[in-house]
Ligand binder design. Structure first.
Ligand code: ADE
Ligand code: ZN
Length: 360
């Protein structure tokens, strides 16, 4: 029997995606289509909108793309296509997806319509591709006030859905320290929601996104998972604390900013080597021009990682997920069986990782 190449093996490794924003996962052709249908005048076609040179231009493009979604059907379509892409390009078996209600409400679409639309698309995709999913309601700290985070929690309480399991904080960290969000994050904890936050992101300076943001998120906000985290490397004491905490970091392995791609991969390696609990995600795959499969291939090629790292990262995704324990145990068993079979088939001589071509 012919053995599996390392590239095909990497694609087939079962994965969990814990860091993906729905507004950053709209296919360019779908964005153009929805903008036309909903009479949103985009200043340029999606493929051009998805090109930017700074983090802040990227955030503007993301918020604009979100405005193209106006009906439950739009949300269902985008959610379905997002899961289809995760399934086809990298064998993602479970995904936890951020959505920012305040990006969409200016269109006159209310929280229940957003959530019902997303859930319809996710359930249809689960039926067609066998990929399970959960949702994380998210606050963009650059455009929302703390009172709007409390408002979002009220919507979540008035319209509870089992798929919506947590809250997240994204946007630019220069908008203010995590401490600004203490009241809302504590309220979320009392209401039984899981909590995460984007923190210490390396496309912002150490002044804007300092390692102390890690400590605030853990001690004051009660986060049990964190997104990004690279800037903690600047403070060995915070790294040591994070190693002890073993809090999962959901990292984006393909930065949206060209200049930051290779440095980010080195930071991922440094965090992995330091014994931190890391998982790999795509963040904003269609805007950044990546897929889960492409991101994994790029990281493994660059860092020289092999099967041992693939197994560890694959299973770390399962453990870091917010699935109920029984479902997590079933996913763990499925992953172990698949990884065992893949390792038996892998060609031990093949060390080449072919890089798929993507935009950017
Ligand atoms: N929203 C979507 N992607 C983001 C990122 N990488 N950082 C902050 N906010 C975001
Ligand atoms: Zn993100």
């Amino acid at each position: 029997m012919t053995k599996l190449s390392f590239s095909d093996y990497l694609d087939a490794v079962p994965k969990v995606e814990l860091h993906l924003h729905i507004a950053g996962a709209i296919r360019p052709e779908t964005l153009d289509d929805l903008a036309f249908l909903n009479e949103l005048r985009l200043p340029k076609p999606a493929t051009e909108l998805y090109q930017f040179t700074t983090f802040y231009e990227f955030l503007d493009a993301l918020r604009l793309a979100a405005l193209a979604l106006a009906t439950p059907r739009d949300f269902a379509r985008v959610a379905y296509e997002c899961i289809e892409d995760l399934h086809r390009h990298g064998n993602v078996r479970h995904a936890e997806i951020f959505f920012n209600p305040h990006y969409f409400t200016p269109n006159g679409v209310a929280y229940p319509e957003i959530v019902d639309g997303l859930i319809e698309g996710l359930e249809r995709a689960e039926h067609d591709f066998g990929v399970s999913s959960l949702l994380i309601a998210c606050i963009d700290r650059s455009v929302c006030l703390p009172s709007e985070a409390l408002q979002m929690l009220e919507w979540m309480a008035q319209y509870p859905r089992p798929k919506v399991v947590g809250i997240g904080l994204d946007g630019a960290e220069r908008a203010g320290p995590p401490l600004l969000w203490v009241e809302a994050w504590r309220q979320a904890g009392r209401s039984g929601f899981r909590r995460t936050a984007h923190v210490c992101e390396d496309n912002q300076s150490l002044f804007e996104a300092p390692p102390t943001h890690y400590t605030q998120c853990r001690d004051a906000l009660g986060c049990d998972r964190l997104d990004h985290g690279y800037n903690i490397l600047a403070d060995p004491a915070v790294v040591q604390r994070a190693v002890q905490d073993q809090v999962p970091f959901t990292m984006a392995c393909w930065s949206g900013l060209t200049w930051n791609r290779a440095p980010r991969r080195q930071r991922i390696k440094a965090m992995y080597d330091a014994g931190l609990n890391i998982t790999l995600g795509t963040d904003d795959p269609t805007i950044f021009g990546t897929t889960m499969g492409h991101s994994w291939r790029t990281v493994f090629a660059d860092l020289g990682w092999r099967g041992a790292e693939a197994r560890r990262l694959s299973l770390a995704g399962v453990e870091a997920s917010w699935l109920p324990e029984a479902r997590k145990a079933a996913l763990r068993s499925e992953f172990v069986a698949t990884l065992d079979a893949l390792e038996r088939d892998l060609d031990p001589e093949d060390r080449v990782v072919e890089l798929a071509v993507t935009r950017g």
